[in-house]
Design a binder for this molecule. Structure first.
Ligand code: SF4
Length: 306
């Protein structure tokens, strides 16, 4: 049907892996995550019918409608996707399982489910589209909102955030990564690696909500910029259609402009970083977070995971 489009080993084009048209807001980071998922499963030549997509509730959980899995999927109730995944994986271990969730779905109502999915080392890829707000219900703070973050109506969040990556490290997660929705160059290989991993593969994707994230006035994290910081590359533009992209080298930090003028500071792991050392990974992440930086890349892998 598309003679000019590139085909994978199965003779399928990227379009064959796409789902329905997105109803998310224009510029939403979640649509970039969908594009990265499509790219990864196309590149890996996974047959759509070998893929099972699972989600809970929230803007993030609509992502699974936008890529194809040959009909296998379950849009479950709020925070309960890991239970559905547990049942499905128990019934058929030969398929690829991709769960897409949000910070509300994962770190509030679904926190217990998330913890036990890690503890059980379920053989699945679990993507969090993390933006610190409940977008679907008009922008209330989620459990990953930074202290000092301001909501659209001006209220300030005074509660400390739950960090899913640090949580997964303490719970014994066997594959733990973080990325940014606008960095396809990093996100696609991470998704491919997560799909190949035998065990629970977590990718926490910082994915801006262009409608309700308003970080002006934050006291730390998202809007934190260290002055005169070595190797920081400032991206002083906001791309058309509010699409927020980031491209930065390994070992470098990058301050990315958000749609509202605030900034997020990302640091890509250096190639010399050893992801097999869980204790050092935890200490490194804490030290970078204290500087307002979100470390991105493959943060930890337990190579003994079956
Ligand atoms: Fe995306 Fe926010 Fe719009 Fe939801 S409300 S679709 S998270 S931009």
């Amino acid at each position: 049907a598309h003679p000019s489009l590139p085909r994978n080993a199965l003779g399928l084009t990227r379009r064959d892996y796409e789902g329905g048209m997105s109803t998310l807001c224009a510029g939403c980071g979640h649509d970039s995550v969908t594009a990265a998922i499509v790219e990864a499963i196309w590149e890996m030549s996974i047959r759509p019918e070998q893929l099972v997509k699972l989600s809970g509730i929230g803007c993030s959980s609509k992502t699974t409608a936008y890529f194809d899995s040959g009909g296998h999927g379950f849009n479950s109730v709020h925070g309960r996707m890991p239970s559905i995944a547990t049942g499905a994986i128990s019934a058929n271990r030969d398929l690829h399982y991709v769960g897409v969730s949000g910070d509300g779905d994962t770190l509030s109502i679904g926190f217990g489910q998330f913890a036990h999915a890690i503890r059980r080392n379920l053989n699945m890829l679990y993507i969090i589209e993390n933006n610190g707000v409940y977008g679907l219900t008009k922008g209330q703070f989620s459990a990953s909102a930074d202290i000092g973050t301001k909501a659209k109506r001006g209220e300030e969040n005074r509660q400390p955030p739950v960090d899913p990556v640090l949580t997964a490290l303490t719970l014994g997660g066997s594959f733990i990564a973080r990325s940014f929705s606008g960095d396809k160059e990093q996100l696609v290989p991470l998704i491919m690696a997560g799909l190949r991993h035998r065990g629970f593969a977590l990718i926490d994707v910082l994915s801006p909500c262009v409608t309700f994230n308003d970080h002006q006035g934050s006291t730390k994290s998202y809007s934190f910029i260290r002055e005169n910081y070595d190797a920081v590359v400032h991206a002083d533009f906001i791309a058309p259609a509010q699409e927020i992209t980031a491209s930065y080298a390994a070992g470098e930090a990058m301050s990315v402009a958000m749609h509202d003028g605030s900034r997020i500071l990302l640091r890509k792991l250096d190639p010399s970083y050893d992801p097999t050392d869980r204790t050092r990974a935890y200490a490194y992440l804490r030290s970078r977070l204290a500087q307002g930086e979100y470390v991105t890349g493959l943060i930890h892998i337990d190579e003994s995971s079956p």
